[in-house]
Design a protein around this ligand. Sequence first.
Ligand code: FRU
Length: 358
Amino acid sequence: MTPRTRPLTAAALSLSLTAGLLAGCGPRETTQPSPASPTSSTSTSSTSTSSTSTSSGGDGGAGGKTFLIGMSQANKGEPWRQAMNDQIAAAAAGHPELKVVFADAAQDNAKQVAQVENFLQQGINLLIISPNEAAPLTDVVAKAYDKGIPVILLDRKVKGDKYTMWIGADNTKIGQEAGKYVADWCKRSTRTPCRVLEIRGLEGSTPARERGDGFREGIKADPAVQIIASQNADWLREKAVPVSQAMLQANPSVDVVFAHNDPMAEAAFISAGSAHRDTSKMLFVGIDGLPTPDGGVVSVKEGRLGVTHVYPTGGKEAIDYAVQILEKKQTPPRAVVLPTVQVTKANADDVLKQYGGK
Ligand code: FRU
């Protein structure tokens, strides 16, 4: 369903290679060398937050074609997802021939399905989607793909193979690295057993399963590390507050909290403090590493989180590949794996600098 032309290489995107940041890649996967900065940008010049229809595939004014891109966001209420939208808007602003319309599903699968249907009605030329949960969004994504509309999956996946490409970081690897860090920390702090609470992301979203499975692989060589409780807080800080309170109450002795994202890890840190636990003797582990003042990297610098992991949004890359697909008629790779980096106090300043944060 993607345009049939010569395969696109990452090099064709003329992105610079960042040593040490490359994520592993499997068969048919291309490792994306861009650092994919999660830096927020506020440009909205080529975007609309409504689902307003606009002419597409038409004349761009300078005699060129214009393209309408639908961006279906799982939940704009989360800072990491706002950063993704901002990066898409900023990248698209450099392409006057592109018009991006955004829709926010607010973590509602049915709403996201309806919004994609609406995009199809509007006659989008390409769909970018970060699906809330895999199974409920699979059919509508397949419908778009079967209509010949290129589909770029961003961060989260759907089931099956009816999409053009997926762009995201390797969540299993991030989970493994988090697990290995925890195992080392437990050894260094001579905790035997070393008791871990896990706060999971939305169960039907692929990163939750992959991060959880990867973490288990990362700790499996060290039997002293034990996950004593695992609960779901759906990626949300506000849900993670009561969830972590209840978990701490039920478990008087906890060494580590592994949360599937930074907002939930921060919530657990607050709950531990309110429960009069000595947080300086505990390890709080997160994922996302936004380089913003209230993001995970600063939290590591300030000592709330012990470690986090940069999880690039892929917003810029989605636009780069959209241009390649729509304008250059090139077939993109099926999967582009974005680089990640583990962030501790030792490299937090460097990471902030590298990703343009403050
Ligand atoms: C935001 C978010 C991020 C997380 C990603 C996983 O919705 O929860 O915090 O890394 O989604 O898909």
